[in-house]
Each structure stands twice: as C-alpha cells, then as structure tokens.
Design a protein around this ligand. Sequence first.
Ligand SMILES: [Fe+2]
Ligand SMILES: [Fe+2]
Length: 145
Amino acid sequence: MPLMDWNDGLSIHVDFVDDDHKYLLHLLNSLGDAVRENHGNEALGKILQELLYYTGYHFSREEEFMSEINYPHLFTHQQIHNKFAREVRTVFEEHKAGKPVLTTSVLDMMKGWLINHIALEDKRISLFLNPPAIKTFDELNDPQV
Ligand SMILES: [Fe+2]
Ligand SMILES: [Fe+2]
C-alpha cells in the first residue's frame, strides 16, 4: 500500500532533482513490494544496497547544486541529509547481519521521511530559485494593475 507517490506538486522544477526523487520513491516502493511478497534476504539486500547508493548519490549532487546557486540553507540541509543517510546505512547493515529490520513500518517511515523532505526542505530550494512575486501596496489596491 504505497503511502503516496510522485505527483507534480512535489516538483521542485529542476529536472535532475525531480528525476532522482522519482527514482528514490520507485526504489522504496519496490522494496515495500518485495517485503510484502516475501522475497528472499538476498533480493531485498540488493534493492536496499541500490537505495543506499542512490540516496548518497542524490544527496551529494543536490548539495552540489545548492552550493552552485549559493543556497543559504545548505549547511542545515546537508545535516538533515547526513542523518537520513546514516539511518539508511544502519538499516542496510542490520539487514546484512540477518536482523529482521525490513518491516513495513520501517519502510513506511523511510518513504514518509522522503516525501516530507521533498515537500518541505527541497521545495525551499525551488522557492529560493523562483520566489513568488510580491505585489506592492498600490498593486494590491488598484484592480487595473
Ligand atoms: Fe534534500
Ligand atoms: Fe532531494
């Protein structure tokens, strides 16, 4: 039962970032399906490894982009990324060690985290790039403007 999937409201209007987000959501959905269909530990481990790799890859190129555009909240954003990347690594290591860590609630938590992060933190990058137009007092009061 996918929590929520990609929709245009999640777009930050930077193609490579949107594509990465779609792929990460796809990986989390695949992992969820594989868990529910009782795939073996090795198959689950492969998807988890790809998720771990791609999370790191995405975070670093998103951070590089923020740095290029002189995004003012890069440091905080980076720390949020680092914390989540550590959590994914822990799940990966524990799964590898044979612990039954891949539960639907853990997966729902990861997916919820990703969607919230896109909708709240990554969206701020989009707002920084395209700030909403602010009308002047005169414009607000003059229907002709
Ligand atoms: Fe981010
Ligand atoms: Fe992102």
